[in-house]
Ligand binder design. Structure first.
Ligand code: ZN
Length: 449
């Protein structure tokens, strides 16, 4: 049982009082800004619900992070004794703490900002501002989202600078120079802007064209987009940020092709990606569907791992494909998209929801903001279920790699990957339950034995 100090109890008490005070305060505040409304389901109560959800999300995340930080143990697990000395183990712990501090600062700022936007009807005011620029609904919504995005982008720059050049640098991961950092930011800015404007235009167009039952068309459009992005990710998106070169005709290529042939896996491309341009952390990704399957290995991975370890990682990925995990999770995502689109149309039909955000009329952008608050608890539950499924799939893919290739090489690769990236080897079970798409290392190793 955790013991709380007197100061901690006082702080917790203060937070609870503040929340209760805030909820009562909203009642007065709302009457001051808007015409009072005496129905039970009214804009004022919806605003209280929004604020309650934002507070819940923040507290939930904070408590989980706190539990996870407290869960570090001082002893190194038997399996990893050969990979860690006590100095490196301490380094992993400090790395986690440093990153945790930065992320809690960032989420606290966004928490306060979101509360202020709700309390002072910031979304309604911003919507009025965006609507004053043009009569076109497409432009209005695009301007609204671009203002929010740009604001977020600018606030995020010091955080991402600190993360890359202070924290990652301190632990020896950073390989990014300031030039790459700036060009990455500019490319990201352009791509995201195009994405926001493109998606907003399409969605608003669909809603105008099919005022009733637009959710089906929105669903079809979003599903197609997701499938296309999945198919062409390696061909279209990755080359914007990285250089992909085909893997040389050497031992490794021979071993990969040999294994693929043996298990009947059609591979279109094997690439090496210049991950070392940004970080010393090793990685690999697999993308594409059907005959377009691509594997990209980070140069940092090839450098540090043996051919057998690399093929065992590939065997794990092939396992996902052979066990139909990829197909199945795509189908689940499409179903989830359908539910979201349907609920979104439902949300758009209540003008009262727009009033709660300070906008006199419902429109696409206000609808999206309101929906993002209302959907958050549903999203949390669906996320937990998807993570449970994903963790089960990871064990199955490990098992596939063990039976078709070599479990020991995979164990070695997993240990090295975990130690090299200084990842947390004692995550809190509740944190794993909510956030982890992969089982913790220790569990995977014991199943592979
Ligand atoms: Zn996997």
């Amino acid at each position: 049982m955790t013991k709380y100090t007197a100061t901690q109890i006082v702080i917790i008490n203060e937070i609870i009082c503040l929340i209760i005070y805030l909820i009562y305060e909203i009642k007065h505040h709302f009457n001051y800004f808007c015409k009072p409304n005496y129905n039970t389901l009214n804009a004022q109560n919806i605003l209280v619900l929004f604020i309650g959800l934002v507070i819940f999300n923040f507290l939930f995340t904070t408590v989980l992070e706190y539990l996870n930080d407290k869960n570090w143990k001082d002893d190194i697990p038997e399996d990893l004794k050969d990979f860690y000395d006590s100095e490196k183990y301490l380094k992993a712990k400090n790395y986690k703490i440093d990153r945790g501090k930065l992320s809690s600062l960032s989420s606290s700022i966004s928490f306060v900002f979101t509360l202020a936007m709700l309390y002072f009807f910031g979304f309604g005011l911003l919507s009025d501002l965006a609507n004053s620029f043009s009569d076109s609904i497409i432009l209005q919504s695009s301007i609204f989202f671009m203002i929010l995005y740009l604001f977020n982008f600018i606030i995020g720059i010091p955080f991402s600078y600190y993360s890359t050049f202070v924290i990652e640098e301190k632990y020896g991961f950073n390989k990014t120079d300031i030039k790459t950092f700036i060009t990455d930011k500019i490319k990201g800015l352009i791509m995201t802007s195009l994405f926001i404007i493109g998606l907003t235009s399409l969605a608003v167009f669909v809603i105008q064209y099919f005022p009733n039952g637009f959710w089906i068309w929105l669903w079809i459009g979003l599903s197609l987009l997701m499938i296309l992005l999945n198919m062409f990710y390696a061909d279209l998106i990755v080359p914007i940020f990285n250089k992909l070169t085909p893997l040389d005709d050497g031992d490794l290529r021979y071993k990969i092709e040999n294994y693929s042939k043996k298990v009947g896996y059609s591979l279109k491309n094997i690439f090496v990606i210049d991950g070392s341009k940004r970080s010393s952390k090793a990685n690999a990704f697999f993308s594409g569907l059907g005959p377009r399957k691509t594997i990209a290995l980070y140069d940092t991975l090839i450098e540090k791992y043996t051919d057998e370890e690399l093929v065992s990682v590939l065997a794990h990925e092939v396992g996902h494909y052979k066990k139909k995990h990829i197909l199945f999770s795509m189908i689940l995502t499409i179903i989830q998209l359908g539910v979201m689109c349907y609920l979104f149309e439902l949300c758009m039909s209540f003008n009262m929801i727009a009033n709660s955000l300070g906008s006199s009329n419902m429109n696409f952008h206000i609808g999206i903001i309101a929906f993002s608050f209302l959907y958050s608890p549903v999203g949390l539950i669906i996320g937990i279920l998807m993570n449970m499924l994903s963790r089960k799939n990871e064990f199955e893919a490990d098992e596939y790699a063990k039976s078709t290739y070599d479990g020991d090489s995979l164990s070695l690769a997993l240990k090295k990957l975990s130690v090299d990236s200084l990842s947390n080897i004692y995550p809190h079970p509740l944190y794993v339950f909510v956030h982890y798409s992969h089982p913790p290392l220790i569990q995977r190793l014991s199943k592979l034995k």
